[in-house]
Design a protein around this ligand. Sequence first.
Ligand SMILES: *[C@@H]1O[C@H](CO)[C@@H](O)[C@H](O)[C@H]1NC(C)=O
Ligand SMILES: *[C@@H]1O[C@H](CO)[C@@H](O)[C@H](O)[C@H]1NC(C)=O
Length: 431
Amino acid sequence: MALTHNFLLLFCSLFLISSPHSIAQTTFRPKALVLPVSKDPSSLQYLAQINQRTPLVPVEVTLDLGGQYLWVDCQQGYVSSSKKNPSCNTAQCSLAVYRLKTCTVDKKFCVLSPDNTATRTGTSDYLTQDVVSIQSTDGSNPGRVVSVPNFLFSCAPTFILQGLAKGVKGMAGLGRTKISLPSQFSAAFSFPKKFAICLTSSNAKGVVIFGDGPYVLLPHADDLSQSLIYTPLILNPVSTASGYFEGEPSTDYFIGVKSIKINENVVPLNASLLSINREGYGGTKISTVNAYTVMETTIYNAVTDSFVRELAKANVPRVASVAPFGACFNSKNIGSTRVGPAVPQIDLVLQSKNVYWRIFGANSMVQVKDDVLCLGFVDGGVNPRTSIVIGGHQLEDNLLQFDLAASRLGFSSSLLFRQTTCANFNFTSKS
Ligand SMILES: *[C@@H]1O[C@H](CO)[C@@H](O)[C@H](O)[C@H]1NC(C)=O
Ligand SMILES: *[C@@H]1O[C@H](CO)[C@@H](O)[C@H](O)[C@H]1NC(C)=O
């Protein structure tokens, strides 16, 4: 009894001590953050501006959905009075590395392995921290700017930028690590470990929203997070990065495609390619770094053949193919619909027959010339690391929500059906 009483007293006094402090600190805490993203027409990469450093400067980076963390060139033009390098025996270093720390010989610095996933070039450089500022959102409009004073990222040498869009100084990784952008933002502001991407096909602005819904796109007022279809996110136990330690899992987001249907007909595939084997080969991942969906050769051939056969039934002749695509058609013979060219729908069938990601013409077809439309899938060769990589063109004008706590993906299918697009976030602030 006495013990309980003492405990209560202690508890009360702690409460009294801490409460004036928390009242004094009425700092604004955002529920979500918004990062505009646009597509670079020449590299087909999705670019965002991260405001970083002291004084703040906009740093253009390529969005990398499965990437480990933010990495930026520190070798050229990095000026900041707030840049720090956490040493080897810090909590930041433990958070940033996978199990085994790699440090400089003098133990002074914590070393990471930034990866240019567009060219598959890896290197190593220092774990670094600096101020990052970003706009908050209520899901409909941008709100006030907030900052994370000690945002962790990796420095990188200039040469690793090769292959990225002009003007780009690094990559923004949204992958499965404790220091990816979604993880750090959720931790900094204590909001749910969820984020959504909505990419545009033009150089209009799409968005990444860190945090939970509502997600609202004009001209409607409805919350798109309430009408998503869910599928489990799958962890590939073997890293897909260009350099990694044994036992390190992949930071990419995989989903369980079980079969593919075209106009409701099952495409005959070697199903074992659709699961991830012990060496980490196979399976289906989502990538913002691949412009188009890439499929292992036998899957690619089977899908292309079925697609061509279905279009032939509708008297659409095939024309000479235009690289990198293998199946092209005269677009004069293809009608148009609200969801793009009127072509057979492609279903990625997931955990059950009634859960599928349906791909319509706007996401399956690419206009390569005035009168030529090609199926926007490319041949990934034999024995690729990942059998299906769902690429950018197939993601555009689809809202995807990654729920890291529940390990599930929510997807909307084409927003064109709902008469909106990913370019319709209202970037005007409320007054
Ligand atoms: C199916 O794919 C697996 C994995 O690549 C391969 O080992 C197997 O031989 C393939 N089966 C057929 C029938 O081609
Ligand atoms: C965008 O948001 C602003 C601020 O809330 C509002 O005044 C404006 O009407 C919105 N735009 C449209 C097209 O609804």
